[in-house]
Design a protein around this ligand. Sequence first.
Ligand code: MOS
Length: 710
Amino acid sequence: MTTLTTGTPTPTPSVGIAHTRVEGRDKVTGAARYAGEIPFADLAHGWLVLSTVARGRIRSIETATVLAMPGVLGVLDHRNALRLETDYAGLMGSKPDPTCAVFQHDRVPHLGWPVALVVAETSEQAREAAEALVVHYEQEPHDVDFTGERPDAYPLDSHVPAVTEKGDLDAELAASAVVVDAEYTTPEEHHSPMEPHAATARWDGGRLDVVDSNQGATWVVGELASLFSLDPGSVRVRSEHVGGGFGSKGVRAHQVAAVMAATVLRRPVRVVLTRRQMFSLAGYRSPTAQRVRLGADADGRLRALEHRSLSLTSTVHEFIEPSAGVARVMYDADAHHTANRVVRLDVPTPTWMRAPGEAPGSFALEAALDELAEKCGIDPIELRLRNEPDKGPVSGLPFSGRHLPACLREGARRFGWADRDPRPGVRKDGRRLLGTGMAAASFHAGAMPSTATVTAHANGTFTVRIAAADIGTGARTALTLVAADALGVLPERVRVRIGDSDFGPAMIAGGSMGTRSWSWAVTAAAGELRDRLALSGDIPPEGITVRSDTTEAIGALAPAERHSFGAQFAEVAVDVDTGEVRVRRMLGIFAAGRIVNPLTARGQFVGGMIWGISMALHEEAVRDRAFGGHVGADLAGYHVATHADVPHIEAEWIDDPDPGDPVGIKGIGEVGIVGAAAAVANAVWHATGVRHRSLPIRPDRVIQAGAPRA
Ligand code: MOS
C-alpha cells in the first residue's frame, strides 16, 4: 500500500497553458504507428477493385486468371461474399450508406463503386492482380449533372429540418428599401486527410479485432457489429494515431471488406485505400447551388432573409449538406425562410466534411451580407452589429453566450479595419489590386454522452482511458490537461490512453464535440476519484479505478442556442493580368468556449482558416459528364492550399467559458473554416469591384470577370 495525496498543494492549472503534444515526439520520430503500418504475423493484403462505369450491372468477373497470379489468395465479389445485415439504425439514427455493405448485389450505382476485393500475400501482388481483374458490365446511361435547376430536387430533413419558414417573405421583400438576390455555387470538395483510410481485421480468440484509422472506435464497432450480426462486445476497434479525418473516417467499404476477407481466409487482412480510391470511397462535400435573398430597410435592418440550398446525394443513400442552416443562427428578419434540398445522381454518397452545411452556407450568406452592406452604404461590420439577434432567430431559444459583437470589434481593431476605404478597386500595389474583406462565423456547440475511467496508481500517477480519437486535433493532449486539473496534479503524472473501443462507449471526434464530450466524462471520473482518494489515500497495487458515464448529465442540459462564434478578416492582392488571387494576411477572432490548449487550439483555428483559403481559391473536384468520374482524382489534379498559398495567419480568441459545461468548453474543430471563404471572396470584391459568386475564384474566372471598375 502506498499513500497518495492528490491536489495538495494544488499545482498551477494546466488548462489554458500551451502544451506540446504528448505524442509529438513519437510522431516526429516515426515511432507512432498508423493503421496501415502496424505489423501482424501472417498478414494478407486486400486491394479493392472499383467499377469503371457510372451505372449498370456487373455481367461477369473473370476471376480465374487472377487467382492464378503470384501470391493471390482469393477474390471476393457479390457472388461469394458474406451476406450483411443492412437494415439497422446507425449513427444519429440513419441507415448505413450501402457503399459500406460491399459486394451484396450486382448493381453499380456510380463510378468507383467497390465490385471486388483481391487478397494476396503482399500488397504489391494484391494490387497487380486487382488491376488485372477483368470485370464486364452492362452499362446504363448515367446522370451526374448537378445544376441549380434540377426539377427532381426535393427537401430532405437531416439532423436539422429541411425547411424553416417564418413570416411573409414576398411582402417583406416588397417593403424593403434595399434587396439583394444572388446565386452562389460551391464545387465538390474532398477531405484529403494526409493519412489514407486503412484497416486491418483479424479474428482473435473469438473476437473481431480491427486496427483502423477512424474518428470514433465506438462508432465503427457499432456499424461492424450490425453489418456482420455480431455482439458489439465481440468486436474491438483500435485507432491509436489518426492522420486526419475531417468527417471522412467513419465506416467505409475498406473496413468491411477487410473483415469479410479475414473471416473467409482466417488470417489477418489489411485493406488500404489509395488517394485515387478515396475520391470515390471516402465521401466528400457535395457541390452546392444556393440562392440568398435579403431585404432591408435603408439602415440595413433585415426585413427579409431567404436562404435556399441545393446539394446532391447518391442513388443509394440520402445525405444532405444543410447549407441553408447557418442563417437560422446568425441573423433574424421579419420574414425568415430557409430550405435545404437535394437531388439524387449517379455519384458516390457525400458525407460530413468539416463544418457540413456551415462551410458552403456561410460563403453564400456572408457574401450576400457583404453585397447588402455595399448597397446600403453601410460598413459590413456595422451591418452585422445592427442585425444581432437577442434570441435564436428560428428557435426563439436564448443563446448560451453569443459574443459575436466582441469578436467583430476586436477583429476590426487588430486588423486595422477603421482605416479601410469602403470603395472597391482603389488600392494598388504595383499592378496588383488590394482589398480587404470580412465575414462572421458560427458553429454549433454540443456535447454527447461518453464514458471514461480514471485509475490512480500506487506510484502516484494516473491513467485515463477513453475511446476518444485524436485525428490530429491535439485531443489526447487536451484531455491530459483536463484530467490533470480535475485531479489537481501536474500533467506529467497523467497518462491518457485513447483509441480503443474496449475503454467503453464515447463520442466520435466530430461535430466539434469530441474534446468537450470526452472532457466532461474525464472530469466526472477524475472528480469522483479525487473524492475517493480524499477519504482514503491508500492505493492497492492494482490501483483504484473510477468510471463515469455522462449520459444523464448531458440529457439534463437545458435547451438553448449553443454555438461558437467568430469574425474572419482577409486581405488579398489580385493580379488582374494573370487572374491570380493571393491572400496576404488573415485574422480570425473566435469566441469558442474555454480554450484548453492554446497551442493546438490555434492550430485548429488556423487549419480551418487555411481550408477557407483553399476553398475560396483552389479546391474543386471536377466530374466528367461523359464518363461520370473525376478528372484528376489525385492531389495534383485536386489542388489543396500548400505552404506557398498560405500567408501569415493570426487566430486569437476572447474569453468565453461555457456556463453549461464542467470545463467551460464549447468546441473549436469547425468554426475556423466557417466564413473564411466569404472573407476572402469579399476581399476580392473590394480589390476588384467584381463579385465572384462561384468558388473557387480561379484565375480564369478573375480574367473572365472583365476589367475592374477602378
Ligand atoms: Mo466532422 S465533419 O464533424 O468530422
